[in-house]
Write a protein that binds this ligand. Structure first.
Ligand code: ZN
Length: 452
């Protein structure tokens, strides 16, 4: 049990402590402003989160410079970067030993005590940075409320992030900082460690050729004449290369922990190109998918909340289950509007927290966390599940060849295997189809999906 003394209890501090102690470290804690209470808990591990260290009270000190006491959004504030070195201790050595037995080739283990790692909010405390403020800054996505230049779809991109400006790329530095912090508090890391391989699939277009009305089919046939022969063959055999039974059900082992997000837009436009909602096979495939996987909503892009409601109701009717999970189509995510809209239609968790233009950890973590509504300065039970890469990002945005992409993915995996967490990523039925421009990527996706 921990007891934490602070100058002022605030919503933001409580949120950071809940995420760190309750959800990550699985340790109960008491938060107090009262020095006598703090002093009287002799059997508790003590942490002072105070502006000055009170030597007579003892314990671990993190300097409090007041960031978490604020109740407003400072639109110009950017925390200062610090690079720190991890000092060896027995807990960390045990953890390195534990990880190296599982992942002997993990290159991070060899330089863990040599390299310097990024953190924000430098301070005079024992950790050299304020881990509580850093958690809050990253998890609340504070910088996404500030001014930034969105991309052409209106998104916050990696290139706009403070991490990008500081040259921090693809490092879950919150998770790393937490390991270090926990080791200094003598918390056994091996018992907390777990890793979860979590493929997720978005189905924007369920079939390459089937499921369009006559007009759309004719239009596509004229637009892409080189596929005419293929198109005719598929019409005769009904064996569509993007179809459920040719992609997901062949490549993924059935598991309720895997999420399949179906786009269910009734209108076709630049963003939303799903097949007709009344196409029978589409309905059957969705129904089948719900037997073995967890189904999520992929709300149509650039439409309205009322459209999302209709799509959710339609999907619930087809699958005969409540839909709680969602991922934004095109990853169109604007804070706090998107989350408020999703909550208002009954969604409980979002899977869009990652970058479209780059790989890596948008919130500096691979662990799920709860959303802090910065505008209303309040915690919410809404859960955010981050992902670390998307198939389209690797091939189209970063223009990587499949083997180069695998090397990048392995680096992400090395971090997650050290810190524990969720190895979550976005694939599409199209990229899982061997009859597509993704053909050379199949062995790589298979290798990743089947990883322990
Ligand atoms: Zn999509």
């Amino acid at each position: 049990m921990f007891i934490i003394l602070t100058d002022k209890v605030s919503q933001r501090l409580k949120y950071a402590l809940e995420e760190i102690f309750v959800h990550r470290l699985k340790k109960p804690y008491i938060l107090t402003e009262d020095k006598t209470t703090f002093g009287s808990h002799a059997n508790h591990i003590k942490i002072q989160y105070t502006s000055v260290f009170l030597e007579e009270l003892g314990g671990f000190w993190i300097e409090n410079k007041g960031f978490l006491e604020q109740e407003y959004i400072d639109y110009n504030f950017k925390p200062e970067l610090v690079r720190y070195q991890i000092v060896k201790n027995q807990i960390l050595l045990n953890h390195v030993g534990f990880i190296s037995r599982k992942f002997p080739d993990n290159p991070i283990l060899k330089t863990l005590f040599i390299e310097k790692y990024p953190a924000y909010f430098p301070n005079k405390g024992m950790l050299t940075f304020d881990i509580f403020s850093m958690f809050f800054w990253n998890l609340s996505r504070y910088e996404e409320y500030q001014n930034y230049i969105p991309d052409k779809h209106g998104r916050f991109t990696y290139s706009q992030s403070l991490d990008s400006k500081n040259g921090i790329h693809s490092v879950p530095y919150l998770d790393l900082a937490l390991i270090y912090f926990a080791s200094l508090l003598n918390i056994d890391l091996c018992s907390l460690w777990h890793i979860e391989n979590k493929p997720t699939v978005d189905i924007d277009i369920a079939y390459k050729y089937l499921g369009r009305g006559l007009f759309r089919t004719l239009f596509s046939a004229i637009k892409h004449p080189r596929f005419l022969q293929k198109r005719i063959k598929v019409f005769l055999t009904r064996d569509d290369p993007y179809a459920w039974n040719n992609t997901i059900s062949k490549k993924l082992n059935p598991s309720k922990s895997i999420r399949i997000f179906w786009l269910c837009s009734s209108k076709t436009n630049y963003y939303n190109k799903q097949v007709s909602l009344d196409y029978k096979r589409f309905i059957i495939d969705i129904k089948n998918s719900s037997n073995n996987f967890t189904i999520g909503l992929h709300p149509s892009a650039n439409t309205s909340k009322s459209k999302w409601t209709a799509e959710k109701i339609w999907l619930q009717k087809i699958t005969n289950q409540d839909i709680h999970s969602s991922r934004q189509h095109f990853l169109l995510l604007t804070l706090p509007e998107t989350y408020n809209d999703l909550i208002s239609i009954g969604i409980k968790e979002d899977w869009s927290m990652g970058y479209s233009d780059d790989i890596g950890f948008r919130a500096a973590t691979s662990y799920s966390f709860r959303w802090f509504d910065l505008k209303n300065n309040t915690s919410t039970p809404f859960v955010i599940h981050p992902f670390c890469f998307m198939d389209v990002t690797l091939k189209n945005y970063l223009q990587l060849k499949s083997d180069e992409a695998l090397a990048e993915i392995n680096k992400l995996y090395d971090w997650i295997s050290l810190c524990g967490g969720m190895f979550c990523y976005i694939l599409h039925n199209e990229s899982l189809s061997s009859d597509s421009e993704w053909n050379s990527w199949q062995p790589i996706f298979e290798q990743i999906i089947n990883r322990e």
